[in-house]
Design a protein around this ligand. Structure first.
Ligand SMILES: [Zn+2]
Length: 236
């Protein structure tokens, strides 16, 4: 996800801000790296996310790989959780490096687990740059997904490596598709905004179009959720 800050670039941070304790105080989490001058933070929430992903994956792995020991199953589930987090981080770095390539400033990349944010300022000055920054994150996931699914082919369907590659492959494909849904605040909403901005020459109209589609998508999710809940209740 991209977080854009209007206005002038922020003042350079004092060197004291580079210590981990100051990073925690900033509320982003633990600073784990600095890539091309951009600090990368991981929030404690990401650890919770990893635990939830690993716990959710464990029963399925027991069914799919019945010959594996409990320790190996847990190791596989934790590996999936870590690769999931890495996939989310690479998504954000896709936004980050695209923005840097277009001479935009990136204040920070933060991984929360359930979501990540790339803080860019100023906002991309043209519809085309807005489009490229928005689309770059999901494209990273689609490429990673295709790569993992391709890499899995020699391993077959039932082994440990094949299972892990299959799962992380489809996670990335799902991440790419979900983020490309064309409504704000998703990346696809920024794509919609950039296209309408380019067609109308009005940034405001572009943002409004992205927001309206976002509301329609949110409404559709609510309706589908209620319908499936009702149909589930009717079967009982
Ligand atoms: Zn994104």
């Amino acid at each position: 996800m991209v977080s854009e800050q209007p206005g002038p670039a922020s003042a350079p941070q004092p060197s004291g801000d580079r210590t981990p304790s100051r990073a925690w105080l900033a509320g982003r989490g633990l600073r784990v790296a600095v890539l091309r001058g951009v600090p990368v933070y991981v929030s404690p929430v990401a650890a919770l996310f990893a635990v939830i992903v690993a716990a959710s994956a464990t029963p399925g792995y027991r069914d799919r790989l019945p010959n594996l020991s409990d320790t190996a199953i847990q190791g596989l589930a934790v590996s999936l959780a870590i690769l999931f987090l890495v996939s989310l981080l690479l998504h954000e770095l896709g936004h980050c490096f695209t923005a840097l390539a277009m001479s935009l400033k990136v204040d920070a990349v933060t991984l929360y687990g359930f979501a990540g944010f790339t803080e860019i300022r100023p906002e991309p000055p043209t519809p085309f740059r807005e489009f490229l920054v928005a689309v770059s994150g999901p494209v990273v996931n689609l490429l990673l997904g295709a790569f993992a699914l391709g890499l899995r082919l020699p391993f077959g369907e039932h082994g440990v490596a094949g299972t892990l590659l299959f799962d992380i492959g489809r996670v990335n494909i799902a991440l790419g598709i979900l983020n490309l849904l064309p409504g704000l605040p998703l990346d696809g909403g920024r794509v919609t905004s950039s296209v309408v901005w380019g067609a109308t020459r009005s940034r405001l109209k572009g943002t409004q179009a992205g927001a309206v589609v976002g509301l329609i998508i949110a409404g559709a999710f609510v309706i589908v959720g209620l319908a499936s809940a009702n149909s589930g209740g009717a079967k009982q």
